[in-house]
Write a protein that binds this ligand. Sequence first.
Ligand code: GUN
Length: 282
Amino acid sequence: MTHILDGKALAAEIRAELKTRVDRLAARGHRPGLAVILVGDDCASQVYVRNKIKACADTGITSLEFRMPADTSEEALLAKIAELNADPAVDGILVQMPVPRHIDARKVIDAIAPEKDVDGFHVCNAGALMIGKPGFLPCTPYGVMKLLEKAGCSIEGKHAVIVGRSNIVGKPQALLLLSKNATVTVAHSRTADLGAVTRTADILIAAVGRSKLITADMVKPGAVVIDVGMNRDENGRLCGDVDFAAVAPVAGAITPVPGGVGPMTIAMLLTNTVEAVERRLG
Ligand code: GUN
């Protein structure tokens, strides 16, 4: 029978454990604080930010929300980040992506103090992951690794195929799987005969943002299928990059959308925020 990888349940477990760590820190006078900046009024970003703020409240983490208009200048955003970098009540800083086109996202990300970069996007944290040094891991690939671990999925020697090469998911996911001794292939929009590649995967991770791109004929029987996609189908319903109904009977294990990777991303953001405080306090 296909194993459904329940990210919602695992995220709840992680959040419960975090709450005890937060309570312990608060008792020592260091309640963790996360600053969330949203520039503009992108609908999906507003939902993501709302979910992150709510998760902070449920875990006892103080959140500070900064909503800035779409025409905010890059200078104003950088000034806000500088202010938060210097604020001892702020342990983590997150700028929700994407930012409006007139703002250089890389400049913004690298303006965040690396020790407060709980998204793990700063060039220092990306570099640390590259060479296997400690740093903050990007939340989505980190959450995927936790899901695989919880499912008892062995990684060493397995062929992992990642579809998508973003800095946020695909590339860091490849490095994390490599660090666990998987043989890793990164496929993308220019890959020739994508199905021929995905059919060789023991672990298949879809992170492209295209509804139901992965169909049953593209999956090896028994493969572990992780769906990072968060799209709307033709009826406006939330769906992933994997055609769940068709692929589930073929896969050995699969994540649903919603309730798979999404809640794990938030749980790992909270984990990084608590870690930021614990590292600072030593
Ligand atoms: N946009 C999509 N995913 C993310 C994420 O994990 N962090 C931030 N800051 N923006 C995002």
